[in-house]
Design a protein around this ligand. Structure first.
Ligand SMILES: Cc1ncc(COP(=O)(O)O)c(C=O)c1O
Length: 421
């Protein structure tokens, strides 16, 4: 793990420290370099042809200010729960800009989505029957499709792999007579005009994702051919581009992904279908980091431990699955400047009241002391934006930073929780 702090991040950390944002009562903050986010979104758009619609996966970061920025910068929004749906609406996304993907949609959620004209990816045949019932009474502008599980297998992290044989998502393409059932479903419903898949997220190799997309694309074509009409007009290929958590390097890039897709599914780029993508982590993770104060340090059994304010509440996956979700951690001194010195293996622990609340185990870093800070890199998606409400720890304040290193502008993106006793 590369713990070097880039000049940009060093400038940002120094600025938020000098502005007093890391105060006694604010020992933990999140930071998003909004210029970096903006350029990632532009890079995403430039890497794919214009007829692709990119919907940001709101589960990666549902903060209202972030969703608002992402909307203004031209992305649509994929939501997977009623809470995310509400956040998208409040951030100003119109129904036609929302893609709704939950596997557990209730009747009223289906009603809301179809009434708003959101794109609806139906997860299973039972949900399809509910949508039949709704459409028997009313009409909708929604683009409606079925999610399939192409059953191409899993990646390195089982919990992130949604295209295994027995995944809970979508309709298993290779199970029983599902292919025929899918065909019959489209044949009987001219309003089913889309097909969706999401093979998985972090840990899924690009060729696995591409294989799942190829099966979905071919199925869309096969259904249209058998029907003798171009009924399916939209293919939603999901998100899942993995992020490099080991260094500053952005790899794989959107361009790398496009190259793999061009190889595996060349016709995806032919303009035959409107294509939707649903990236989350790759859009945002590397644009942000956490800064947390070291409150105390100790040695237990000859093992140095730094107790900081960043633990499971902001780095949930890393704490519970440390081997799968290693984060880069850097040591900063008590003035928020990168710390130098001999590296000593030490645990970087959080404030939560359970023993496993450790964000980095035996990590070689300059020895941390009380009053120092740690930087947890690449944490703007699925980390401080998706807190775990354990020990009633307060919401983390989040700041957006933009501008040149010498003239940074700081805005508050999310207020921290306040406490009074
Ligand atoms: C249906 C769906 N789409 C998109 C995503 C976003 O994935 P990622 O953040 O890896 O791009 C997920 C992640 O769980 C998902 O389940």
């Amino acid at each position: 793990m590369d713990d070097r702090v880039s000049p940009r991040k060093a400038a940002i950390a120094a600025r938020v420290f000098d502005d007093g944002l890391l105060a006694e009562e604010a020992p933990l903050i999140g930071v998003i370099d909004t210029d970096a986010l903006y350029s990632t979104i532009n890079n995403l758009r430039a890497s794919f042809p214009n007829f692709f619609t990119h919907a940001f996966a709101a589960k990666a970061n549902t903060m209202p200010a972030v969703l608002d920025m992402i909307r203004r910068w031209g992305m649509a929004c994929e939501v997977a729960s009623p809470g995310e749906y509400q956040a998208a609406v409040q951030a100003g996304f119109t129904g036609g800009e929302i893609v709704f993907d939950s596997p557990a949609k209730t009747n009223w959620e289906i009603d809301a989505a179809l009434s708003h004209g959101a794109t609806l990816n139906i997860d299973n045949f039972q949900e399809l029957a509910r949508v039949d019932g709704w459409l028997a009474k009313k009409s909708s502008r929604s683009i409606i499709g079925l999610r399939i599980n192409p059953q191409v297998g899993g990646g390195a992290i089982a919990a992130m792999s949604t295209a295994t044989l027995s995944s809970k998502f979508g309709i298993g393409l290779e199970d029983g007579d599902n292919r025929q059932r899918l065909f019959d479903a489209y044949a009987a419903r001219p309003w089913l005009t889309a097909l969706h898949t999401h093979v998985g997220s972090q840990g899924c190799p690009l060729d696995l994702i591409a294989a799942g997309i190829a099966k979905t694309f071919n199925l869309a074509r096969e259904i249209n051919t058998r029907l003798g009409r171009k009924q399916i007009t939209t293919v939603d290929i999901g998100g899942g581009l993995p992020v490099n958590f080991a260094s500053e390097e952005v790899t794989p890039t959107f361009a790398d992904y496009v190259a793999v897709l061009r190889q595996a599914v060349p016709d995806l780029f032919a303009g035959e279908f409107r294509i939707i993508t649903e990236f989350g982590r790759a859009v945002l993770a590397k644009a942000g980091f956490i800064l947390a104060r070291v409150e105390y340090t100790k040695e237990q059994g000859g093992h140095p431990i730094a107790i900081t304010h960043a633990g499971a509440q902001v780095a949930t996956r890393t704490v519970f699955m440390p081997e799968m979700w290693k984060l880069r951690v850097s040591a900063l001194d008590a003035r928020g400047r990168p710390k130098s010195g001999a590296k000593i293996a030490q645990d970087v622990a959080g404030p939560c009241c359970f023993a496993g609340d450790v964000v980095a185990h035996a990590r070689p870093l300059p020895l941390l002391e009380p009053g120092d800070f740690v930087m947890l890199h690449d944490t703007a998606a699925y980390y401080f934006s998706t807190p775990f409400v354990y020990n009633s720890l307060p919401a983390i304040p989040v700041y957006g930073i933009s501008g040149a290193d010498g003239a940074l502008e700081v805005t508050e993106l999310q207020k921290g929780g306040t406490l009074s006793f």
